[in-house]
Design a protein around this ligand. Structure first.
Ligand SMILES: [Mg+2]
Length: 111
C-alpha cells in the first residue's frame, strides 16, 4: 500500500492539491464521500457485466473504477493518519480468531 500512497501523494504535490490531504475533518469527510461515489461507479460496472455480459471494455472499466476506489482509500489512510500496516495486522488477527471459532463450531455441528 505504501507504494500507491507515495504515488498519489507525489501526484497531488505535482498538481498542487496536497492541501486536500491534511488531517482535517472536512478532508476526512470529503474523502469518505469520494470512496462512496467511486464504490458506486465500481458496482455499476459490475451490474453491467452481470446484466449485459462480460466484455474486454467492461473489464477495463472495472479495473479503472477499482483503482479510483484505491486512490481515495490511500488518501483516507493519509488524512486519517492511519498506520495501515498495524491496522492490517490487527484486523487479520481478529479475522483469524473469528474464523477459527467458526470452523470449530461448524465441525461440532457436523459431529
Ligand atoms: Mg471513477
Amino acid at each position: 500500500m505504501d507504494k500507491y500512497i507515495k504515488e498519489i501523494l507525489d501526484f497531488d504535490k505535482k498538481y498542487g492539491i496536497s492541501k486536500d490531504n491534511k488531517p482535517t475533518f472536512q478532508n476526512l469527510f470529503y474523502s469518505g464521500l469520494c470512496i462512496g461515489g467511486e464504490a458506486g461507479e465500481l458496482v455499476n460496472v459490475i451490474k453491467k457485466i452481470w446484466r449485459d455480459g462480460d466484455s474486454i471494455e467492461l473489464r477495463k472499466q472495472l479495473s479503472e473504477e477499482l483503482v479510483d476506489v484505491v486512490v481515495y482509500i490511500c488518501k483516507l489512510i493519509v488524512i486519517g493518519e492511519i498506520d495501515f500496516d498495524k491496522a492490517w495486522k490487527q484486523k487479520l488477527e481478529i479475522l483469524h480468531e473469528r474464523w477459527s471459532k467458526k470452523l470449530i463450531t461448524e465441525r461440532q455441528v457436523k459431529i
